[in-house]
Design a protein around this ligand. Structure first.
Ligand SMILES: [Zn+2]
Length: 260
């Protein structure tokens, strides 16, 4: 209790400054101090400019130093994340927040519509470093319902360079067009394509030489497929986890059968 009072004393000047410069209420910011978490912002609250982020960072830093004095020292030595997250770049799907994890716990790669493309050097570099150097045992491909990238891929509209990226999702639609076209409700069809896209990306991760070689050497790596709901904030496990070379050919052969 005494340390919480001390924490309040230390960060009160920051709270007052932020409250003055933004539309955040003092009570809302105090919630952050007491919970060391994100304050629930009123619906009419808007972040006015980048200053808000810098001020919020000061509060977070001060809070961490008092609640966990050794935190930054442990962070500056080495990272040992338990998970690799391949997710969508959508600002509403913030990895740390929705999994309630702290810095250092998840190695993250995000792009539009959480794609794992075998010619994407960025994704491959993250995957290789995560699996081969950090020895991460769990890779999670996470999509989300209401994904703008998937929605765009379901149209013939042009958006520029991103169309070439979204081409990969159009291929997923083509692989599964029989199932998708049989769904008359367009919202349900959209949701199903989001799920199928995640499943295809799980396969793509498993098919990389990085994961194949790790399994061949006996390294434990599991690749999971999840979907996040913007409506209720819940993650759904699509039960597509693959953990070995032996499982991959079976699923790939089923997948090929399905595509006929
Ligand atoms: Zn998205």
């Amino acid at each position: 209790m005494r340390s919480r009072q001390r924490l309040r004393q230390v960060i009160t000047p920051h709270i007052n400054r932020i409250s003055h410069r933004t539309s955040l209420k003092v009570s809302s910011i105090r919630y952050f101090c007491d919970n060391h978490n994100h304050p629930p912002k009123p619906s009419n609250t808007r972040i006015r400019d980048s200053t808000f982020l810098l001020e919020s960072n000061k509060i977070w830093s001060e809070g961490m130093m008092h609640s966990d004095p050794g935190f930054f020292e442990s962070m500056s030595s080495v990272q040992t994340p338990r998970f690799l997250w391949i997710g969508c770049a959508d600002s509403r799907v913030a990895t740390d927040s929705i999994t309630k994890t702290r810095p250092g716990e998840i190695f993250v790669h995000r792009n539009i519509a959480n794609l794992c493309v075998h010619t994407d050097l960025n994704m491959l570099s993250v995957l290789q470093y995560g699996v081969e150097v950090l020895k991460i045992p769990d890779v999670i491909v996470c999509g989300h319902y209401g994904c703008g990238g998937v929605a765009a891929a379901m149209t013939n509209d042009q958006y520029g360079i991103v169309d070439n990226w979204l081409r990969n999702i159009k291929d997923v639609y083509r692989f599964h067009k029989e199932e998708l076209n049989s769904i008359s409700d367009k919202h349900k069809r959209f949701d199903r394509l989001v799920e199928l896209n995640v499943r295809e990306q799980v396969f793509n991760v498993c098919k990389t030489s990085i994961v194949q070689n790790a399994w061949a050497k006996g390294q434990k790596v599991s690749v999971h497929g999840w979907v996040y709901s913007l409506n209720n904030g819940r993650l759904k496990d699509l039960k597509t986890t693959i953990s070995s070379c032996e499982e991959t050919p079976l699923i790939v052969s089923k997948e090929m059968e399905y595509r006929k």
